[in-house]
Design a protein around this ligand. Structure first.
Ligand SMILES: NC(=O)c1ccc[n+]([C@@H]2O[C@H](COP(=O)([O-])OP(=O)(O)OC[C@H]3O[C@@H](n4cnc5c(N)ncnc54)[C@H](OP(=O)(O)O)[C@@H]3O)[C@@H](O)[C@H]2O)c1
Length: 322
């Protein structure tokens, strides 16, 4: 089958290991199913994999891609793939399983004509979402959903600050927070991206280091070192920072004194459960929200998409149609 895969880790030049070529057709084990992929979206996770972060060297070559929408060839149904693969017999929140992996960490990923997953890892695709829209939900949108509605403890009317507005997780967070009745503020590095944040539903958008008019209830962090100090300075006493990633580096200034003196909470968040993916799908159906797709590309052009993501040259999601 045709696939986009990482041939070997390249810590300083992630695109050097990116190949579009033939990989063996996957064979599902008992209890697994084959999904014929119609669309998959790119995530920053793919760049981490190409750099060799979060994956052991012996796992290469590895088909990239965490999320997909396609046809379940066992049931014939149109499905969305839940990318969190729990260990057999795990019962409960899949993201808390110490042995869980994301697709493309241990099991081959979704940027391919076919992907195999445990049969329990698919949910029905709603007919009103396109393949491309559905393929944005399982990673970026699910992560933002859990940050907002499971980890942040937000109530409608409160103010949330989304750092690094233009990314996949951040655009999802802005749109869903607005859809849920929150006051939404966002930061971005350029004026064009600040404008894009407003277009997506943010009430106000600021430059990355800007002093805010007032402190916010919750900050959603995925940028890391570049915005961490600003996040700690921007949250109210007793407020909460929910963090899912550290794109710009994972060793920010600790700001420990502010954290204890202002009694802040720092809460980690990773992906979401299958049940939360089903709730997310119900949320987008009810509200009419749709992922903001920066561009759709064929598999042969996946390098262009990865390069754009590495350069931060995107607003929203890049989708690969297969
Ligand atoms: N824990 C999980 O389960 C989980 C799930 C999904 C994603 N993540 C992580 O979350 C992060 C975002 O993922 P994504 O797929 O949304 O990535 P993305 O689409 O590539 O977006 C990255 C965003 O980070 C911001 N950024 C990057 N470098 C920056 C810098 N030096 N200064 C300021 N902002 C910077 C940019 O915001 P602006 O250009 O708009 O300022 C950019 O939009 C990644 O690190 C990813 O690994 C974790």
């Amino acid at each position: 089958m045709r696939a986009a895969y990482a041939s070997a880790p390249h810590p300083d030049d992630p695109l050097a290991g990116l190949v579009v070529g033939e990989r063996p057709d996957p064979r599902p084990a008992p209890g697994w199913t084959t999904v014929a992929v119609k669309a998959a979206s790119l995530n920053h996770h793919d760049l981490w994999t190409l750099r060799g972060v979060g994956i052991r060297p012996e796992q290469f070559p590895m088909v990239l891609g965490c999320d997909a929408a396609g046809l379940d060839t066992t049931s014939g149904e149109e499905v969305v793939v839940h990318a969190v693969i729990a260990t057999d017999g795990w019962d409960g929140d899949e993201t808390l399983d110490p042995g869980r992996t994301l697709l493309s960490e241990k099991h081959q990923g979704t940027l391919a004509e076919q992907v195999i997953v445990p049969a329990r890892n698919v949910v029905p695709k709603p007919a009103e979402l396109s393949w491309a829209e559905a393929a944005c939900l399982p990673t970026a949108w699910l992560t933002a959903y859990r940050m907002l509605f499971v980890k942040a403890g937000l109530r409608p009317g409160q103010t949330v600050l989304v750092q690094g507005a233009s990314g996949g997780v951040a655009t999802a967070a802005i749109m869903m927070a607005r859809g849920a009745g929150l006051r939404v503020w966002a930061t971005a590095r350029t004026e064009a991206k600040q404008k894009a944040a407003l277009d997506l539903g943010a009430h106000e958008a600021f430059a990355s280091e800007a002093r805010l008019p007032e402190r916010v209830d919750i900050v959603l962090e995925s940028v890391g070192a570049a915005t961490w100090a600003h996040s700690v300075r921007s949250v109210k006493p007793g407020g909460r920072i929910v963090i899912c990633g550290a794109t710009s580096g994972a060793q920010p200034p600790a700001e420990l004194a502010r954290i204890y003196f202002l009694q802040l909470s720092v809460v980690g968040s990773t992906m979401g459960t299958k049940a939360e993916l089903a709730d997310l799908i119900a949320f987008v159906r009810t509200t009419g929200l749709r992922p903001h797709i920066d561009r759709s590309l064929p598999l042969a052009s996946v390098r262009d998409g990865m390069a754009a993501m590495a350069a931060g040259d995107l607003v929203g999601k890049i989708v690969i149609e297969i």
